[in-house]
Ligand binder design. Sequence first.
Ligand SMILES: O=P(O)(O)O[C@H]1O[C@H](CO)[C@@H](O)[C@H]1O
Ligand SMILES: O=c1cc[nH]c(=O)[nH]1
Length: 257
Amino acid sequence: MLMPILQIHSEDMPAYAIVCGDPARAEKISRKLEQVRELAFSREYRTFVGQYEGVQMAVVSHGVGSPGAAVCFEELIRAGVTTLIRVGTAGSYTAEYPAGSVIVSTAAVRTDGLTRQLVPDGFPAVADIGVTQALIEAARGTGGATVASDAPTAGVTKVGVGITVTLDAFFTGVEEIPHRKYKQAGALAAEMEIAALYIISTLRGARAGAIVAIDGFADSDLAAEYDPHTDAVANAVEHEINTALQALATLARQDQA
Ligand SMILES: O=P(O)(O)O[C@H]1O[C@H](CO)[C@@H](O)[C@H]1O
Ligand SMILES: O=c1cc[nH]c(=O)[nH]1
């Protein structure tokens, strides 16, 4: 069956998928796969399939923002994907995790508009516990610091685990973006799609997790300070890609056992 927006056929889709915002990041991840094929590049959605450690998986870009990403998650699940890991970037809420760190998201605050049109307000956006465990173990085993309080070292990615916030707005308007209260409540970072991924996966019976590379501080003036193109961020993105690939391969092996 052809998925009308992603322009992929369900017959070509494996059960495991990595999703990310940037089509260029999807291409970068695909270069780590064997027997890789590009299936489609439709709108912002670029889809590759290939093998990692013998496990057939897809890598798909979902663009920026929850409504567009939701279309991607829905069509992937309809096409037969049952396990999804988002490999994203996010702004940090804490000096403990500066640019160059990675954070595994256990749950997402729903400050987006999309999920309000899918489920009632109090319904939680939570990661799958098995996917999260696989991500944490892979993140700490592939070069990451082993405890969250470790001081960052050049070339070593610091690994945090906790709640992330999903926003719709990236640049500030005249309204205050609610960073302060979520930061005060203990959220670690802000990005733009994880709540949609968790809610849609829960609704459709798929399992999902997410890891983000920190590219600065979310509550700084992003119009002036946002720079996701530093060596520290590139190092963290490389780390989270390897982490997600490893986690999916582990999950696939567990599923087969
Ligand atoms: O790097 P990606 O995966 O796109 O994630 C983050 O970066 C984008 C904002 O620049 C948003 O999509 C946000 O969630
Ligand atoms: O949504 C995002 C993504 C990266 N960095 C941020 O500060 N916010």
